[in-house]
Design a protein around this ligand. Structure first.
Ligand code: ADP
Ligand code: GLC
Length: 486
């Protein structure tokens, strides 16, 4: 079969710009599509943090291209750099007016324009290079206007006559809602009839909702989350619309990039190990405890957390149980997290109250994330909701037993431990309450004290395979279904 031309557009791509799993997923998906010989163009912004990093090559034919966004004309240029561990070129949209800022995301007034420009630039790039994509694959709210742009501003161009669109929802909690006074800037002033009328009446435009209306296919990152977002509890206001589009909504569980996350070959951890020889795991634990000044005891389990610190991740459940648990049980806790101050304050307080048992590091630190995965005995993800979650899958590969809430991708990837049959890979709880979480932690601690059970749990987890080799085929099958026959 002919290779597909796929234009994949994202606000984050690892390792260039990452705040969470979106970056890992777009990089791995592009890498694996390319490996299967598809013609992929992966497009992202050139953020300030990329200056002086990597080896960028400007594309001569894509310099200083004007894009009109309302009254203002922005200019963008494109450079490429190789995606690490691949021969694939990543396309970086340079527009210093919009991207030369401190963070990947900002609270600035023109945040919507930063990603409207990315969406427009990706399509303009196709035009300037006369490259007709079979698939435009957009991700989350940032690029969710692309299907509507194709239906309106670009509808005249035959280049896109056969183009089909896929929108992947990585997180429905972020929808990109702006005032309808921004329609002009978005280039959609004369396209009002295509927008969701009730929102317009209330003075709003919702990027993600617009994408849900117009993408040919919608995907989300686990089978359970695909079902959950069609209900009012987790649909976050978009459930009715998603139910209407349920025939075009597919759950495809994220894969893991085992080139990056593999205890046998991980260069970011002090001691490598494998399922037959776990001595390196204990050495990592001891070294991590030493680094943070924690009291090391092989018999005391180390619980790890690596997370964005937001309400989604369920840390509200912790204050009611952790102090008592830490007081009564001989456990250690290491937390790496980046995000809202209230959670940082809490973990700082906890580390101060239990200096020999708890360590907290604020900020984003990829090598430390790997080390915590490798060193911990248990990994905690009490998420309120979790579209997929990658850390639980990384944990399994590192022999670290996940304790997770049964929601979204966590429900799809962690199998409950059954002490009788000795099957399962982790511990799950249902109710979003401190009691339910505590009960799951207690079950984990009971298994920890039973050597045979714990070894089996670790082996079960390490044997699971969530590699992209399989998951990429699900995306390819979907793309093929959408692309019209010649
Ligand atoms: P989400 O995308 O909701 O943040 P995921 O579990 O899908 O959750 O992905 C999180 C990714 O981001 C993982 O690769 C994890 O290791 C990484 N990560 C999260 N917080 C940090 C941090 N503070 N430092 C380093 N890596 C982090
Ligand atoms: C989102 C979700 C997370 C998912 C990631 C990648 O940020 O919160 O669950 O794994 O996207 O799809």
């Amino acid at each position: 079969m002919d290779p597909l031309k796929i234009c994949l557009v994202s606000s984050e791509v690892a390792p260039f710009a990452k705040t969470g799993g979106l970056a890992d997923v777009t990089a791995a998906l592009a890498r694996h599509l390319h490996k299967k010989k598809h013609d992929v163009r992966l497009v992202m912004p050139f953020y300030r943090r990329l200056r002086g990093q990597y080896d960028f090559t400007p594309l001569a034919q894509l310099q200083d291209i004007p894009v009109r966004l309302g009254a203002r004309t922005y200019h963008f240029s494109v450079s490429t750099a190789k995606l690490p561990k691949s021969k694939l070129d990543v396309y970086f949209v340079r527009c210093p007016d919009l991207y030369d800022r401190e963070g990947i995301y900002t609270q600035d007034e023109d945040e919507h324009l930063r990603f409207a420009l990315l969406s427009r630039a990706a399509l303009d790039m196709c035009q300037w290079t006369q490259w007709a994509p079979d698939i435009v694959h957009c991700n989350d709210w940032h690029t969710a206007l692309m299907p509507l742009y194709l239906k309106t501003l670009y509808a005249w161009d035959k280049l896109f006559a056969r183009t089909r669109t896929v929108l992947t929802i990585h997180n429905i909690g972020y929808q990109g809602v702006v005032g309808s006074d921004k329609l002009g800037e978005l280039g959609l002033e004369s396209e009002k009839r295509f927008l969701y009328q009730e929102d317009l009446d209330e003075g709003r435009v919702n990027f993600l909702k617009t994408g849900i209306l117009y993408a040919h296919a919608l995907t989300t990152v686990s089978v359970t989350y695909a079902r959950e977002i069609q209900g009012d509890e987790l649909g976050m206001g978009l459930d009715a619309l998603l139910r209407k589009r349920s025939d075009s909504l597919f759950g495809i569980v994220n894969g893991v990039d085992y080139d990056e996350w593999n205890p046998k070959s991980d260069k970011l951890i002090p001691h490598r190990f494998n399922e037959r020889d776990l001595r390196g795991k204990e050495a990592n634990k001891q070294a991590l405890c030493e680094k943070f000044g924690l009291e090391f005891d092989a018999r005391a389990p180390l619980i790890g957390v690596v997370s964005r610190l937001t309400a989604q991740k369920g840390f509200e459940l912790l204050p009611d149980i952790l102090p008592v648990l830490l007081h009564r049980d001989d456990v250690r806790l290491v937390v790496l997290g980046n995000g809202e101050e209230r959670y940082e304050n809490y973990f700082n307080w906890l580390a101060g109250a239990f200096p020999k048992k708890v360590a907290f590091q604020a900020g984003f630190d990829n090598p430390l994330a790997h080390w915590i995965e490798a060193a911990s005995d248990m990994f905690l993800m009490p998420s309120r909701y979790e579209p997929c979650g990658l850390n639980q899958m990384y944990s399994l590969r590192y022999g670290t037993v996940p304790i997770v809430r049964r929601t979204g991708g966590l429900a799809d990837t962690v199998a409950p431990w059954n002490a009788q049959t000795r099957e399962g890979t982790g511990f799950l709880f249902d109710e979003f309450t401190p009691e339910a979480l505590l009960e799951a932690v207690r079950r984990a601690l009971a298994a920890w004290r039973d050597d045979g059970a714990w070894s089996q749990l670790m082996q079960n987890g390490m044997a699971r395979d969530f590699s992209w080799e399989h998951q990429v085929d699900e995306y390819i099958a979907l793309y093929r279904k959408l692309v019209p026959a010649h």
